[in-house]
Write a protein that binds this ligand. Structure first.
Ligand code: 72W
Ligand code: MG
Length: 214
C-alpha cells in the first residue's frame, strides 16, 4: 500500500537524523520538506522566532495544540529545562502515531505527553488528568478556526495566568482573522506580530505572541 507523507517524513528522520539528537531531527525534517515534499511544519524561519520566544519565557509547563508530525514539539521540548513538561494534543491517530516516533527518535519522550483527542474535549480535563494548573506557554498550530474558541476555553478553565504567553502560527497564511482581532483588541492581552514567511516558501506569514494580562 502507498505510504503517506507523514510516514515518508518519519522515514527521512530515521534515515538522516541521529537518535537522541533533537537538532538533527529538526534539520532532517526541514531538509525533507524543502527538497522532497512540503509539509505544514512551522519550519526553520518561524522556528527560530519560536525558539527565541521559548528561550525568553523558559517555560516549565507548555501546551501545544496540533502535534501533526511533532516538528514543533521536538523544537520546543529541546529547549525546556529538565523538570519542564510539554503536553501536545493531536486528534488524528495516524499523525499521533508518527509524532510519537519522531519525538522518541529525538529522545524527548520523557518531557512530552502526547494526548490523542480533540482540544475541545481535552482542555477542560488537563488540570485533573495531568496535575497542571496553568501553562506558561501555549503554541497554537491546529485548525485555524479553532484558535479563538480554544483560547476562550483555556481562559474559562483557568489554564492561563498573568504572564502566560500564547504563540500562534499562521496568523497570515492560511490566516486566523477572528483570533487576531481578539488578541489584538482585548484588554486582557498584549500582542506582538513577528513577520516571517510561510514554511519553505517566499509567501508572507508570521507568528503572533500574546501575553495574557489576567
Ligand atoms: C478540533 C481541534 C483539534 N484537536 C486536536 N488536534 C487537532 C485539532 N484540529 C486540528 N488538529 C490537528 O492539528 C494539525 C492541523 C494543523 C492545521 N494546520 C494547517 O492547516 C496549516 C496549513 C498551512 C498551509 C497549507 C497550505 C497552504 F497553501 C498554505 C499554508 C500551513 C501551516 O503552518 C498550517 O499549520 C493536524 O495534525 C490535525 O490533526
Ligand atoms: Mg502551522
Amino acid at each position: 500500500t502507498q505510504s503517506t507523507r507523514p510516514q515518508r517524513l518519519l522515514s527521512a528522520v530515521q534515515k538522516n537524523a541521529t537518535r537522541g539528537n533533537p537538532r538533527s531531527v529538526v534539520r532532517a525534517i526541514d531538509e525533507f520538506c524543502r527538497h522532497k515534499e512540503w509539509a505544514m511544519n512551522v519550519g526553520d524561519e518561524k522556528g527560530c522566532i519560536l525558539d527565541s520566544i521559548v528561550s525568553e519565557v523558559n517555560p516549565v509547563t507548555v501546551l501545544e495544540l496540533g502535534t501533526y508530525c511533532g516538528y514543533s514539539t521536538v523544537r520546543i521540548a529541546s529547549l525546556l529545562p529538565p523538570n519542564a513538561k510539554l503536553i501536545t494534543l493531536e486528534f488524528n491517530p495516524d499523525f499521533a502515531a508518527i509524532a510519537r516516533q519522531v519525538i522518541a527518535w529525538a529522545g524527548l519522550q520523557d518531557k512530552v505527553q502526547l494526548v490523542e483527542g480533540s482540544s475541545g474535549d481535552w482542555i477542560p480535563k488537563i488540570q485533573e488528568q495531568f496535575g497542571i494548573n496553568t501553562f506558561d506557554l501555549v503554541f497554537l498550530d491546529h485548525w485555524k478556526d479553532r484558535y479563538l474558541p480554544d483560547t476562550k476555553l483555556m481562559e474559562k478553565c483557568g489554564l492561563l495566568r498573568k504572564g502566560s504567553v500564547l504563540v500562534a502560527d499562521n496568523v497570515i497564511c492560511p490566516g486566523t482573522p477572528d483570533y487576531l482581532e481578539y488578541v489584538r483588541s482585548s484588554p486582557c492581552y498584549k500582542s506582538q506580530y513577528f513577520i516571517s514567511h510561510l514554511e519553505y516558501t517566499k509567501a508572507e506569514d508570521g507568528l503572533e505572541k500574546s501575553v495574557f494580562l489576567g
